[in-house]
Design a protein around this ligand. Structure first.
Ligand code: 5MM
Length: 338
Protein backbone atom coordinates (compact mmCIF):
# COMPACT_ATOMS: atom_id res chain seq x y z
CA UNK A 1 0.00 0.00 0.00
CA UNK A 2 1.31 3.44 -0.94
CA UNK A 3 -0.04 5.74 1.78
CA UNK A 4 1.37 8.84 0.08
CA UNK A 5 -0.88 8.36 -2.97
CA UNK A 6 -3.91 8.07 -0.69
CA UNK A 7 -3.08 11.10 1.45
CA UNK A 8 -2.33 13.23 -1.62
CA UNK A 9 -5.76 12.40 -3.06
CA UNK A 10 -7.43 13.03 0.29
CA UNK A 11 -5.79 16.46 0.50
CA UNK A 12 -7.51 17.40 -2.76
CA UNK A 13 -10.82 15.87 -1.69
CA UNK A 14 -10.85 17.74 1.62
CA UNK A 15 -9.78 21.10 0.19
CA UNK A 16 -10.98 24.06 2.26
CA UNK A 17 -14.56 25.07 1.56
CA UNK A 18 -15.25 22.07 -0.67
CA UNK A 19 -17.11 18.78 -0.45
CA UNK A 20 -18.11 15.77 -2.52
CA UNK A 21 -20.99 15.44 -4.93
CA UNK A 22 -22.62 12.00 -4.81
CA UNK A 23 -23.96 11.65 -8.35
CA UNK A 24 -23.71 7.86 -8.22
CA UNK A 25 -27.38 6.90 -8.27
CA UNK A 26 -27.68 3.31 -9.44
CA UNK A 27 -29.95 2.74 -12.44
CA UNK A 28 -32.75 1.70 -10.08
CA UNK A 29 -32.52 4.87 -7.96
CA UNK A 30 -32.17 7.12 -11.02
CA UNK A 31 -35.19 5.42 -12.59
CA UNK A 32 -37.29 6.17 -9.48
CA UNK A 33 -36.18 9.83 -9.42
CA UNK A 34 -36.82 10.30 -13.14
CA UNK A 35 -40.18 8.49 -12.99
CA UNK A 36 -41.36 10.77 -10.16
CA UNK A 37 -40.67 13.78 -12.42
CA UNK A 38 -41.95 12.24 -15.66
CA UNK A 39 -38.45 12.17 -17.21
CA UNK A 40 -37.87 9.27 -19.65
CA UNK A 41 -35.91 6.55 -17.85
CA UNK A 42 -33.33 5.89 -20.56
CA UNK A 43 -29.55 5.61 -20.64
CA UNK A 44 -29.41 8.73 -22.84
CA UNK A 45 -31.40 10.81 -20.36
CA UNK A 46 -29.13 9.62 -17.54
CA UNK A 47 -26.14 10.67 -19.66
CA UNK A 48 -27.67 14.10 -20.31
CA UNK A 49 -28.42 14.47 -16.58
CA UNK A 50 -24.84 13.72 -15.59
CA UNK A 51 -23.51 15.88 -18.46
CA UNK A 52 -25.21 19.07 -17.31
CA UNK A 53 -24.18 18.41 -13.72
CA UNK A 54 -20.46 18.09 -14.46
CA UNK A 55 -20.41 20.96 -16.97
CA UNK A 56 -22.03 23.39 -14.50
CA UNK A 57 -19.90 26.56 -14.67
CA UNK A 58 -18.05 27.16 -11.39
CA UNK A 59 -18.96 23.79 -9.86
CA UNK A 60 -15.32 23.34 -8.86
CA UNK A 61 -15.58 26.34 -6.51
CA UNK A 62 -17.50 24.11 -4.07
CA UNK A 63 -17.00 20.53 -5.24
CA UNK A 64 -13.66 18.74 -4.87
CA UNK A 65 -14.74 15.24 -5.89
CA UNK A 66 -17.63 13.60 -7.74
CA UNK A 67 -18.80 10.04 -7.14
CA UNK A 68 -19.80 8.37 -10.41
CA UNK A 69 -21.75 5.20 -11.17
CA UNK A 70 -20.39 2.36 -13.33
CA UNK A 71 -22.50 3.48 -16.30
CA UNK A 72 -21.48 7.14 -15.89
CA UNK A 73 -17.72 6.66 -15.62
CA UNK A 74 -17.80 5.17 -19.14
CA UNK A 75 -19.81 8.04 -20.67
CA UNK A 76 -18.79 11.10 -22.70
CA UNK A 77 -20.19 14.56 -23.41
CA UNK A 78 -21.98 15.40 -26.69
CA UNK A 79 -18.52 16.37 -28.01
CA UNK A 80 -17.10 12.94 -27.14
CA UNK A 81 -15.06 14.06 -24.12
CA UNK A 82 -15.00 11.42 -21.35
CA UNK A 83 -16.79 12.67 -18.21
CA UNK A 84 -13.68 11.88 -16.17
CA UNK A 85 -11.64 14.23 -18.37
CA UNK A 86 -14.20 17.02 -17.88
CA UNK A 87 -13.92 16.56 -14.11
CA UNK A 88 -10.11 16.39 -14.12
CA UNK A 89 -9.88 19.56 -16.21
CA UNK A 90 -12.10 21.32 -13.65
CA UNK A 91 -9.90 20.09 -10.78
CA UNK A 92 -12.61 17.75 -9.49
CA UNK A 93 -11.37 14.30 -8.44
CA UNK A 94 -13.37 11.49 -10.13
CA UNK A 95 -14.60 8.73 -7.82
CA UNK A 96 -16.64 5.58 -8.32
CA UNK A 97 -19.35 3.71 -6.42
CA UNK A 98 -18.09 0.12 -6.26
CA UNK A 99 -20.71 -1.56 -4.13
CA UNK A 100 -23.32 -3.48 -6.09
CA UNK A 101 -26.27 -2.48 -3.95
CA UNK A 102 -28.04 -4.13 -1.05
CA UNK A 103 -29.95 -7.42 -0.85
CA UNK A 104 -32.05 -8.90 1.97
CA UNK A 105 -29.76 -10.51 4.53
CA UNK A 106 -30.53 -14.23 4.87
CA UNK A 107 -31.90 -15.14 8.34
CA UNK A 108 -32.17 -11.46 9.33
CA UNK A 109 -35.69 -10.26 8.42
CA UNK A 110 -35.95 -6.60 7.41
CA UNK A 111 -32.16 -6.16 7.32
CA UNK A 112 -29.84 -5.78 4.35
CA UNK A 113 -26.29 -6.62 3.38
CA UNK A 114 -24.30 -4.86 0.67
CA UNK A 115 -22.84 -6.94 -2.17
CA UNK A 116 -19.86 -6.33 -4.44
CA UNK A 117 -16.68 -7.85 -2.98
CA UNK A 118 -16.31 -10.58 -5.61
CA UNK A 119 -13.76 -9.57 -8.25
CA UNK A 120 -13.46 -6.12 -6.65
CA UNK A 121 -9.66 -6.16 -7.04
CA UNK A 122 -10.05 -6.48 -10.84
CA UNK A 123 -12.84 -3.92 -10.99
CA UNK A 124 -10.74 -1.39 -9.09
CA UNK A 125 -7.96 -1.88 -11.65
CA UNK A 126 -10.38 -1.09 -14.44
CA UNK A 127 -11.90 1.94 -12.65
CA UNK A 128 -8.40 3.32 -12.04
CA UNK A 129 -7.67 3.07 -15.76
CA UNK A 130 -10.91 4.95 -16.39
CA UNK A 131 -9.70 7.75 -14.07
CA UNK A 132 -11.16 7.01 -10.61
CA UNK A 133 -8.96 7.98 -7.66
CA UNK A 134 -11.42 7.25 -4.89
CA UNK A 135 -14.26 4.81 -4.36
CA UNK A 136 -17.41 4.50 -2.29
CA UNK A 137 -19.25 1.59 -0.63
CA UNK A 138 -22.56 2.10 1.16
CA UNK A 139 -23.82 -0.17 3.94
CA UNK A 140 -27.39 0.28 5.13
CA UNK A 141 -28.49 -0.08 8.73
CA UNK A 142 -32.21 0.15 9.49
CA UNK A 143 -33.70 1.12 12.86
CA UNK A 144 -36.97 -0.60 13.88
CA UNK A 145 -38.20 -2.87 16.65
CA UNK A 146 -35.39 -5.29 17.59
CA UNK A 147 -33.14 -4.11 14.77
CA UNK A 148 -30.40 -3.48 13.91
CA UNK A 149 -29.06 -6.83 15.09
CA UNK A 150 -25.42 -7.45 15.93
CA UNK A 151 -25.36 -9.96 13.06
CA UNK A 152 -26.32 -7.30 10.52
CA UNK A 153 -23.92 -4.69 11.89
CA UNK A 154 -21.02 -7.19 12.01
CA UNK A 155 -21.57 -8.44 8.46
CA UNK A 156 -21.84 -4.92 7.04
CA UNK A 157 -18.81 -3.45 8.81
CA UNK A 158 -16.81 -6.51 7.80
CA UNK A 159 -17.72 -5.97 4.13
CA UNK A 160 -16.89 -2.25 4.44
CA UNK A 161 -13.48 -3.13 5.86
CA UNK A 162 -12.70 -5.72 3.15
CA UNK A 163 -13.67 -3.13 0.54
CA UNK A 164 -11.47 -0.48 2.20
CA UNK A 165 -8.49 -2.88 2.24
CA UNK A 166 -8.82 -3.62 -1.48
CA UNK A 167 -9.08 0.10 -2.26
CA UNK A 168 -6.01 0.99 -0.22
CA UNK A 169 -4.04 -1.80 -1.89
CA UNK A 170 -5.00 -0.28 -5.27
CA UNK A 171 -4.08 3.29 -4.26
CA UNK A 172 -7.75 4.31 -4.39
CA UNK A 173 -9.11 6.26 -1.41
CA UNK A 174 -11.96 4.35 0.26
CA UNK A 175 -14.95 6.47 1.21
CA UNK A 176 -16.55 4.29 3.87
CA UNK A 177 -20.32 4.82 4.14
CA UNK A 178 -22.21 3.15 6.98
CA UNK A 179 -25.65 4.76 6.65
CA UNK A 180 -28.09 4.49 9.54
CA UNK A 181 -31.32 5.18 7.69
CA UNK A 182 -33.74 7.96 8.60
CA UNK A 183 -36.71 5.68 7.76
CA UNK A 184 -39.02 5.21 10.74
CA UNK A 185 -40.26 7.10 13.76
CA UNK A 186 -37.31 6.60 16.11
CA UNK A 187 -35.99 9.40 18.31
CA UNK A 188 -32.72 11.29 18.01
CA UNK A 189 -31.51 9.42 21.10
CA UNK A 190 -32.12 6.05 19.44
CA UNK A 191 -30.27 7.22 16.32
CA UNK A 192 -27.38 8.30 18.57
CA UNK A 193 -27.25 4.89 20.25
CA UNK A 194 -27.31 2.96 16.95
CA UNK A 195 -24.89 5.27 15.13
CA UNK A 196 -22.41 5.05 18.02
CA UNK A 197 -22.64 1.25 18.05
CA UNK A 198 -22.19 1.00 14.28
CA UNK A 199 -19.21 3.39 14.25
CA UNK A 200 -17.49 1.62 17.13
CA UNK A 201 -17.98 -1.77 15.43
CA UNK A 202 -16.77 -0.29 12.16
CA UNK A 203 -13.54 1.12 13.56
CA UNK A 204 -12.79 -2.11 15.42
CA UNK A 205 -13.21 -4.06 12.17
CA UNK A 206 -11.19 -1.51 10.15
CA UNK A 207 -8.41 -2.01 12.70
CA UNK A 208 -8.64 -5.81 12.45
CA UNK A 209 -8.46 -5.60 8.64
CA UNK A 210 -5.37 -3.33 8.89
CA UNK A 211 -6.85 -0.22 7.32
CA UNK A 212 -4.71 2.93 7.47
CA UNK A 213 -7.20 5.37 8.96
CA UNK A 214 -5.29 8.36 7.59
CA UNK A 215 -5.90 6.93 4.11
CA UNK A 216 -9.72 6.86 4.18
CA UNK A 217 -12.73 9.19 4.45
CA UNK A 218 -15.84 8.39 6.50
CA UNK A 219 -19.24 9.11 4.93
CA UNK A 220 -21.83 8.74 7.70
CA UNK A 221 -25.36 9.83 8.54
CA UNK A 222 -25.97 12.71 10.93
CA UNK A 223 -27.53 11.90 14.30
CA UNK A 224 -31.16 12.85 13.75
CA UNK A 225 -34.65 11.54 14.52
CA UNK A 226 -36.48 9.28 12.03
CA UNK A 227 -38.34 10.93 9.17
CA UNK A 228 -41.71 9.97 10.73
CA UNK A 229 -40.88 10.92 14.34
CA UNK A 230 -43.37 13.34 15.85
CA UNK A 231 -40.78 15.18 17.94
CA UNK A 232 -38.45 17.09 15.62
CA UNK A 233 -35.06 18.13 16.97
CA UNK A 234 -33.69 21.62 16.55
CA UNK A 235 -30.70 22.36 14.34
CA UNK A 236 -28.61 22.89 17.50
CA UNK A 237 -29.68 19.52 18.95
CA UNK A 238 -28.76 17.62 15.77
CA UNK A 239 -25.37 19.35 15.53
CA UNK A 240 -24.55 18.75 19.20
CA UNK A 241 -25.66 15.12 19.22
CA UNK A 242 -23.79 14.36 15.99
CA UNK A 243 -20.55 15.91 17.17
CA UNK A 244 -20.79 14.24 20.59
CA UNK A 245 -21.46 10.85 19.00
CA UNK A 246 -18.56 11.21 16.56
CA UNK A 247 -16.08 12.45 19.15
CA UNK A 248 -16.85 9.28 21.10
CA UNK A 249 -16.56 6.92 18.12
CA UNK A 250 -14.34 8.25 15.33
CA UNK A 251 -10.55 8.14 15.83
CA UNK A 252 -8.59 11.36 15.36
CA UNK A 253 -6.46 9.70 12.66
CA UNK A 254 -9.40 9.83 10.23
CA UNK A 255 -8.77 12.95 8.11
CA UNK A 256 -12.34 13.71 7.08
CA UNK A 257 -16.00 13.08 7.83
CA UNK A 258 -18.16 13.81 4.77
CA UNK A 259 -21.82 13.57 5.75
CA UNK A 260 -24.61 12.20 3.56
CA UNK A 261 -27.93 14.01 3.62
CA UNK A 262 -30.08 10.89 3.95
CA UNK A 263 -33.41 12.37 2.87
CA UNK A 264 -33.26 15.61 4.89
CA UNK A 265 -34.46 18.64 2.97
CA UNK A 266 -31.56 20.39 1.21
CA UNK A 267 -31.93 23.41 3.48
CA UNK A 268 -31.92 21.40 6.72
CA UNK A 269 -28.92 19.31 5.66
CA UNK A 270 -27.03 22.54 4.95
CA UNK A 271 -28.11 24.08 8.26
CA UNK A 272 -26.97 21.02 10.23
CA UNK A 273 -23.58 20.94 8.49
CA UNK A 274 -23.17 24.65 9.09
CA UNK A 275 -24.01 24.44 12.78
CA UNK A 276 -21.47 21.66 13.32
CA UNK A 277 -18.74 23.72 11.69
CA UNK A 278 -19.80 27.06 13.15
CA UNK A 279 -19.75 25.79 16.72
CA UNK A 280 -17.16 23.03 16.74
CA UNK A 281 -14.85 23.37 13.71
CA UNK A 282 -11.79 24.48 15.67
CA UNK A 283 -12.17 21.76 18.29
CA UNK A 284 -12.48 18.78 15.95
CA UNK A 285 -9.68 16.39 14.93
CA UNK A 286 -11.21 15.74 11.47
CA UNK A 287 -12.55 17.94 8.68
CA UNK A 288 -16.36 18.01 8.65
CA UNK A 289 -17.75 18.34 5.14
CA UNK A 290 -20.48 17.01 2.84
CA UNK A 291 -20.94 14.17 0.37
CA UNK A 292 -24.54 14.98 -0.50
CA UNK A 293 -26.60 13.70 -3.37
CA UNK A 294 -30.20 14.85 -2.98
CA UNK A 295 -29.23 17.91 -0.90
CA UNK A 296 -27.21 19.24 -3.86
CA UNK A 297 -29.12 17.86 -6.85
CA UNK A 298 -32.51 19.13 -5.65
CA UNK A 299 -34.23 21.30 -6.69
CA UNK A 300 -31.99 21.54 -9.81
CA UNK A 301 -33.14 18.16 -11.16
CA UNK A 302 -36.80 19.25 -10.88
CA UNK A 303 -36.02 22.46 -12.78
CA UNK A 304 -34.23 20.54 -15.53
CA UNK A 305 -37.09 18.03 -15.77
CA UNK A 306 -35.48 16.34 -18.75
CA UNK A 307 -35.65 19.44 -21.00
CA UNK A 308 -32.54 20.72 -22.82
CA UNK A 309 -33.88 24.27 -22.71
CA UNK A 310 -33.90 24.16 -18.87
CA UNK A 311 -30.27 23.10 -18.48
CA UNK A 312 -28.88 26.58 -17.91
CA UNK A 313 -31.40 27.38 -15.18
CA UNK A 314 -30.88 23.98 -13.53
CA UNK A 315 -27.12 24.55 -13.54
CA UNK A 316 -27.61 27.90 -11.77
CA UNK A 317 -29.60 26.18 -9.03
CA UNK A 318 -27.03 23.40 -8.71
CA UNK A 319 -24.22 25.93 -8.50
CA UNK A 320 -26.07 27.88 -5.82
CA UNK A 321 -26.90 24.79 -3.69
CA UNK A 322 -23.27 23.66 -3.91
CA UNK A 323 -22.16 27.16 -2.86
CA UNK A 324 -24.47 27.10 0.17
CA UNK A 325 -22.95 23.79 1.25
CA UNK A 326 -19.50 25.22 0.69
CA UNK A 327 -20.41 28.05 3.07
CA UNK A 328 -21.75 25.50 5.58
CA UNK A 329 -18.48 23.58 5.31
CA UNK A 330 -16.83 26.75 6.65
CA UNK A 331 -19.57 27.53 9.18
CA UNK A 332 -20.43 30.69 7.25
CA UNK A 333 -23.88 29.80 5.89
CA UNK A 334 -26.82 32.08 6.69
CA UNK A 335 -30.46 31.33 5.95
CA UNK A 336 -30.74 34.63 4.01
CA UNK A 337 -28.28 33.16 1.48
CA UNK A 338 -31.04 30.78 0.36
C1 5MM B 1 -26.79 8.84 -5.01
O1 5MM B 1 -27.17 7.76 -4.20
C2 5MM B 1 -26.12 6.87 -3.80
C3 5MM B 1 -26.31 5.53 -4.38
O2 5MM B 1 -27.48 4.94 -3.86
P1 5MM B 1 -28.16 3.66 -4.59
O3 5MM B 1 -27.13 2.61 -4.68
O4 5MM B 1 -29.29 3.31 -3.65
O5 5MM B 1 -28.65 4.11 -5.92
C4 5MM B 1 -26.02 6.91 -2.27
O6 5MM B 1 -25.07 6.02 -1.76
C5 5MM B 1 -25.66 8.33 -1.88
O7 5MM B 1 -24.33 8.57 -2.30
C6 5MM B 1 -25.73 8.57 -0.39
O8 5MM B 1 -26.79 7.89 0.20
C7 5MM B 1 -25.85 10.05 -0.14
O9 5MM B 1 -27.00 10.53 -0.79
P2 5MM B 1 -27.97 11.52 -0.01
O10 5MM B 1 -29.06 11.83 -1.01
O11 5MM B 1 -28.45 10.75 1.19
O12 5MM B 1 -27.14 12.71 0.35
Amino acid sequence: MNLQILTDTIKEMLAEGKGLLAMDESTGTCTKRFAALGIPQTIEMRRKFRQWIITTPGLNESISGAILFDETIRQCTDEGIPFTDVLKKAGIVPGIKVDEGTVPMPAFPNEEITEGLDRLRNRLDEYKKLGARFAKWRAVIRIAENIPTDGCIDANVHALSRYAALCQEAGVVPVVEPEVLMDGNHSLERCFEVTEKVLKSLFLQLHIQRIALEGMILKPNMVIQGADAIKKSTVEEVAEATIQCFLESVPAAVPGVAFLSGGQSPQLATQHLNEMNRRFKNKLPWVVTFSFSRAIEYPAIEIWNGKDEHVEKAQKFLYHRAKLNSAARKGEYKIEME
